[in-house]
Design a protein around this ligand. Structure first.
Ligand code: AHR
Length: 613
């Protein structure tokens, strides 16, 4: 039974309480929300990003086609270009099954070319059954110039290919095909169905661009002095300005990122969906397993200055240095930035906090109204990262970003987590959380948990599920909120829960008491599918099992530990036909069976709750 006291006044709930966290993981940006249909459009894919990549990944050549990195390049930040011989052609395969085009819709092609006079480029959209639009011819001559053409698709296809052929030797770069129709028809815009699904959530804020993406890799910038570093931390200045001058980078999640979806587009998207923008900048301590504090005063100063410049880019008048850059990109009005996150999941709390304080001091000195958010390190559902919280409390931080991924049972058992948080301490930004699965029971456990967040709305100020997007053919992390491929997108049950809460955010908590609530103690069972999650911080004897919880699977892979992979801390071995975690101190681990053919099996986690946890 639930007893309410309508006259009593509980905590006020902010309109911004529930938001979304966008990270370029699972190809969420290129091949996802960013509407570009050509993969590897600037021939910058590199083995430094992924050992299976070459500069011609996603392209096939007929004739002479060579990727060149020399002084003849388009510009210094776009190192490679394609040299295509007379009578030769290249064809791009797009993402997933190919370039998706829809009958009657328009597609804008563009390319940068350096050509001998009299060169004709023939541009074709086709699939195995023939052309998908009228063939376009582009006359090119002279130094680097941008050429454009428009197609209207005569058939619908999910397996399209974009081919460019030349009559004479030519240099090509930035080969692009964009649907004319993007979200709110913005130029260099976003894929409509995905952006609309995010908009339909009615998010109060948009946290971006990561996650591990932000705070890992070298903190150097992209310049000759740094040896044109790949695998550098995500730095906002790399991601603005003309797209052909945005140096691509290795993505933390193992692929290449074009930065076509960059800081300007993130701010614009936040504005378009009515969400408060909440960027996260690198703190010069790498997180996400890398655990390195960068000791370089000059570099730290540069990053702090970059953060001040970011605030000016977002909020400065069009006459200021960085406000002018924003205005030149098409937005003279400020974006209204009020919150900024510094760092993500640092495993070295003291090193992080020393740097955080320098960021905060500089920001508060120049922009006293900006809320600077700290974080509590990796997974916060156990007790390992208490130091980061303690430092935040002692340092009187405004808000701490917490992250956790756990079993549905954990979410049911911990509904009261924030009831005992210090009301005078820092506020909570629950920047990432998810119950480990996209099944109904996961969504339900999250809904139950969110009632606990809301009851504590005086302490928990912001909360976002993570991750937001997953392209089904390029998955690094599951579960995810919205799934898609090149032709369709679909919501998870978890999405429906988020949508329900975001579209019905109350003004104020009405205090209530519940009696006769179900017993949620006992063994946990985890997510279903090719991957599942295990956690041994609060559980003993963590095993991946079959659905009935006894043996694993009777097939050939049951006895071979090499056929399993796990991410995060922990040691695993195969015992009695079960995959068993032997490192009791480890916290969350994602366990994945190594063969997609096993996708019909249900993987479960069986464990016993440790006493006192
Ligand atoms: O949401 C996926 C990842 O989980 C994020 O990049 C990271 O912050 C967390 O570990």
């Amino acid at each position: 039974a639930i007893t309410l006291d309508p006259a009593a006044r509980g905590a006020a709930i902010d309109d911004t309480m529930y938001g979304v966290f966008f990270e370029d993981i699972n190809r969420a940006a290129d091949g996802g929300l960013y509407a570009e249909l050509v993969q590897n459009r600037s021939f910058e894919y590199s083995t430094a990003d992924n050992s299976s990549y070459t500069p011609l990944t996603a392209w096939t050549a007929d004739g002479t086609a060579e990727v060149v990195n020399d002084g003849g390049r388009l510009n210094e930040r776009n190192r490679n270009y394609l040299s295509l011989g007379a009578g030769s052609s290249v064809t791009n395969a797009g993402y997933n099954t190919g370039v998706r085009v829809e009958k009657g819709k328009r597609y804008d092609f563009s390319v940068w070319a350096r050509a001998e006079s009299g060169t004709t480029l023939t541009v074709t959209l086709k699939d195995a059954a023939g052309t998908l639009a009228n063939v376009r011819q582009v006359a090119a001559k002279g130094g680097w110039r941008k050429y454009t053409a428009t197609f209207t698709a005569t058939r619908t296809s999910n397996r399209g290919r974009l081919a460019v052929a030349t009559t004479a030797p030519v240099a090509l770069d930035m080969v692009s095909l964009f649907p004319r129709e993007t979200y709110k028809n913005q130029p260099n815009g976003l894929r409509k169905d995905l952006a609309e699904k995010i908009e339909a959530l009615n998010p109060g804020f948009l946290r971006f661009p990561g996650g591990c993406l932000v705070n890992t890799g070298s903190m150097e910038d992209y310049s000759e002095a740094s040896g044109w570093q790949r695998k550098r931390a995500y730095q906002w200045k790399d991601t603005i300005g003309p797209v052909e001058e945005r140096a691509t980078n290795a993505n933390f999640w193992g692929y290449n990122q074009s930065y076509g979806l960059g800081y300007y587009e993130y701010f614009r998207f936040a504005e378009d969906i009515g969400a408060m923008p909440l960027p996260v900048v690198p703190a010069l301590v790498t997180g996400c397993g890398q655990n390195k504090a960068v000791d370089d005063e000059a570099l730290l100063k540069r990053h702090i200055q970059d953060t001040l410049d970011l605030i000016e880019f977002a909020n400065g008048p069009a006459t200021s240095k960085w406000g002018k850059v924003r205005a030149e990109m098409g937005h003279s009005k400020p974006f209204g930035l009020t919150h900024i996150g510094v760092g993500n999941e640092e495993n070295l709390p003291r090193e992080f906090f020393a740097r955080f304080q320098q960021f905060r001091a500089a920001i508060e000195a120049k922009y006293p109204d900006i809320t600077v958010i700290s974080n509590s390190g990796p997974d916060d559902s156990g007790t390992t990262f208490d130091t980061a919280w303690q430092l935040g409390r002692e340092g009187k931080v405004d808000m701490v970003d917490e992250h956790y991924y756990n079993s549905p049972q954990w979410f049911l058992q911990n509904n009261d987590r924030y009831d005992s948080y210090d009301r005078k301490g820092p506020k909570v930004f629950l920047g990432e959380y998810a119950s480990q699965g996209n099944a109904w029971k996961n969504a339900l456990s999250e809904a139950a948990y969110m009632t606990g967040l809301e009851r504590n709305a005086d302490v928990v100020k912001l909360a976002s599920y993570a991750p937001l997007l997953a392209n089904e053919d390029y998955v690094q992390w599951r579960p995810d909120l919205i799934w898609f491929n090149n032709r369709a997108s679909w919501n998870s049950a978890n999405y429906e829960v988020q949508k329900l809460f975001m579209n019905n955010t109350g003004d104020r908590v009405v205090p209530s008491k519940a009696t006769g609530t179900p017993d949620v103690s006992g063994p946990i069972t985890g997510a279903v599918g090719l991957s599942t999650w295990a956690t041994s911080a609060a559980y003993d004897d963590v095993r991946v099992t079959s659905a009935d919880g006894t043996a694993l699977l009777t097939d050939d892979f049951s006895g071979d530990a090499s056929k399993w992979t796990h991410s995060g801390a922990g040691s695993w071995t195969v015992q009695d036909g079960q995959y068993v975690q032997t490192d009791a101190a480890a916290e969350n681990t994602m366990v994945t069976a190594g063969d997609p053919a096993w996708k019909d099996y249900d993987l479960h986690v069986k464990a016993t709750k440790k006493s006192g946890k």
